[in-house]
Design a protein around this ligand. Structure first.
Ligand code: SAM
Length: 174
């Protein structure tokens, strides 16, 4: 199981980013998402997409993200520009994930030092500052070695039919 924890959403500023962290987690193979604090307001939007385009993908909210990390019964990878290069640690993380669930933590504003200390890996997707959405996307693609791109979706109402040009969305028959 791969679960994403989104920390530190700033009200008014991070609405779209939090939604996009959730949609990226879902699209690229995570099983579940924890939203902390005001980020919880994005739960419905992400669940609407899962209702429409399929799952499984669960969204939960938490008032205490550090407790989620402390109580996590598995391994923790925290994505940060200060961490070890993803290309150096991905094999070890993949190996560990075969045995135990993986919590992938992404921040918004300053991440408490406790998170760095509690993480089994602090992982940099480059050591340049960029975005939690981009960091998560590259990390998940590395973790799953691209297999997430061929995922089958369950219980979808709609499915996109890939087209060279134009847009086609079909309703799924019950
Ligand atoms: N300035 C904040 C700090 O020092 O913790 C980070 C702000 S950054 C916009 C928000 C989040 O994007 C970070 O918490 C981290 O999860 C992710 N992020 C940004 N750059 C990253 C990188 N190079 N590798 C991995 N994650 C990154």
């Amino acid at each position: 199981e791969v679960v994403v924890l989104r920390l530190g959403h700033r009200p008014g500023r991070d609405e779209r980013t939090t939604t996009h962290v959730g949609l990226t987690a879902r699209a690229l193979g995570a099983d579940r998402l924890f939203l902390a604090g005001p980020g919880a307001s994005r739960q419905d939007t992400i669940e609407d997409i899962t209702d429409r385009f399929g799952g499984p993908f669960e969204v939960e909210t938490t008032d205490s993200p550090t407790k989620v990390i402390r109580d996590w019964n598995g391994r923790v990878a925290h994505l940060t520009m200060y961490g070890l290069p993803v290309q150096d640690v991905e094999a070890e993380i993949r190996e560990a994930h075969r045995e135990k669930p993986l919590l992938v933590v992404v921040g918004a504003e300053k991440v408490p030092f406790e998170v760095y200390e509690h993480a089994d890996w602090n992982v940099g997707v480059t050591n340049q500052p960029h975005s939690e959405i981009a960091g998560l996307a590259v990390f998940l693609d590395r973790l799953f070695e691209g297999r997430e791109l061929d995922r089958e979706w369950e219980d979808a109402d709609s499915v996109v039919v890939p087209k060279e040009t134009g847009k086609r969305v079909e309703s799924v028959e019950e």
